[in-house]
Design a protein around this ligand. Structure first.
Ligand SMILES: Cc1ncc(COP(=O)(O)O)c(C=O)c1O
Length: 442
């Protein structure tokens, strides 16, 4: 199929996080997907080096998930979850609770990572209020953090272009920890850098500044993905946990990327051995087959809110029409079964050393200034061109696509997160293509 046969009028679709004019003048269109590969509009096979958008962890168009959605659509297309229920939503929540860290067994459904973040922030506020500490309204995020695009998420997030146009409308009581990347100290570290745990002590400084009694929660991505794969320093998350505990501050892990096996454990919380109070997820929760997100909540937090109100009254004034949508929930049940039956999280853990070796083999290529990795996620940071940040990575991204690999870039950082079904040959193929593209782009 070529563009002519596609006959697409691209005018109406205002594309998200896209250079619209540039894209529409030279479009990249995907028309099919199966397993590890997309098919482009011109009939080329494209190796998926990014699991779509960090989300298709079990690979594309898995029969079990497709069939579950098909069957659900014909049986119960939609049912409300406000004052009503349907079996699949309960089943999906129970399956999620099976793999969350112990004690985070209550699950609130949303439709995206952004909604999960805003939901988690609201639960934190509602919890403190239910316990008579309603003055705890401040959130602490982190520089370079990405927590989606809701007003809550951009407020605690730390990516300047996502915030600046809306600066007058951000949440009023937010502060930020410093990010943890230091290329001068830790370039080309394999796995977690030994430098940087002390950056968690900045939380003590913020507590002194604002007073613990005003702070509701700290929210971080355990491994920051969208900002360009920032791996947490050894001991850093443990320190954040200790400081939060000391001051009665809730710790929220945004696991929208790290959840569902990306690091070789169900969640980063288990990988790092640090249990948060709330955990957001989306993307891989149902292999991205139907939009879905969720927040896993410590039982005590749930109970404090749910038990605080009068019986018969709604306890938490929050929810989405599509919270626990039957199709999304059916897809989640099938995807979670697939992850378990195929041992995909364990597979990710087993492949991680090969992935690490392959990505670090690109170290000597031109303009490569850092390579970072953990589990099946990796980033290659390039030297930006003078006065044209992001241009070099964009060209490499386009070249990779032309050569048959989908990668992702942010600024001048290339990011990789293949589906967990990837094999060693495909990992080598992916980084072979990337190496060629880096060599060809000056
Ligand atoms: C850590 C994190 N939080 C939240 C989001 C937002 O998710 P969504 O795009 O589904 O709203 C993302 C998306 O990449 C993410 O990486």
């Amino acid at each position: 199929m070529n563009m002519h046969e596609l006959n697409l009028d691209m005018t109406a679709f205002w594309m998200p996080f896209t250079a619209n004019r540039q894209f529409k003048s030279a479009p990249r269109i995907l028309v099919k997907a199966e397993g590890m590969y997309y098919t482009s509009h011109d009939g080329r096979r494209v190796l998926d080096g990014t699991a779509g958008l960090w989300c298709v962890n079990a690979g594309h168009c898995r029969t079990e998930i497709v069939e579950a959605i098909r069957q659900q659509a014909g049986e119960l297309d939609f049912a409300p979850t406000f004052q009503m229920g349907h079996p699949k939503a309960f089943e999906a929540a129970a399956k999620i609770a099976e793999i969350t860290p112990e004690g985070l067994d209550r699950v609130f459904f949303t439709n995206s990572g952004s909604e999960s973040v805003d939901t988690a922030l609201k639960i934190a506020l509602a919890y403190h209020r239910a316990r008579g500490e309603g003055q705890r309204t401040r959130f602490i995020g982190r520089e370079r953090g990405y927590h989606g695009v809701g007003f809550g998420g951009i407020s605690v997030g730390g990516i300047s272009p996502n915030r600046k146009a809306y600066s007058g409308a951000l949440l009023p009581a937010v502060d930020h920890l410093p990010h943890t990347l230091n290329i001068a100290e830790a370039a080309f570290t394999r796995g977690q850098p030994s430098w940087g745990a002390h950056l968690a002590d900045e939380l003590e400084r913020l507590v002194t500044l604002h007073d613990a009694s005003t702070i509701a929660a700290v929210i971080v991505e355990p491994l920051a993905g969208s900002t360009g794969v920032l791996v947490p320093p050894q001991g850093y998350l443990q320190k954040l946990r200790q400081i939060c505990d000391k001051h009665g501050i809730l710790l929220i892990f945004d696991e929208v990327i790290t959840g569902l096996g990306r690091l070789g454990a169900p969640f980063a919380a288990q990988y790092f051995g640090v249990t948060p109070d709330l955990m957001t997820m989306a993307k891989g929760v149902n292999n991205a087959a139907v939009p879905m997100g969720a927040v896993a909540v410590k039982n005590g937090i749930h109970d404090a809110i749910v038990d605080a109100g009068n019986a018969g009254a709604i306890e938490f004034f929050h929810g989405y029409t599509y919270s626990g949508h039957p199709l999304a929930a059916a897809a989640a049940c099938a995807a979670l079964d697939l992850y378990k039956n195929d041992g995909l999280f364990e597979r990710a853990a087993k492949l991680a050393p090969h992935f690490e070796k392959a990505i670090h083999s690109l170290r000597e290529l031109p303009n490569v200034i850092d390579i970072r990795n953990l589990g099946l996620v990796g980033g290659i940071e390039l030297k930006p061109r003078d006065g044209k940040p992001g241009a070099r990575a964009h060209e490499i991204f386009v070249k990779c696509f032309e050569k048959g690999a989908l990668v992702r870039y942010t600024g001048d950082i290339l990011a990789f997160s293949p589906p967990l079904i990837v094999n060693e040959t495909q990992i080598d193929e992916l980084f072979g293509i990337v190496a060629e593209a880096i060599r060809e782009v000056a």
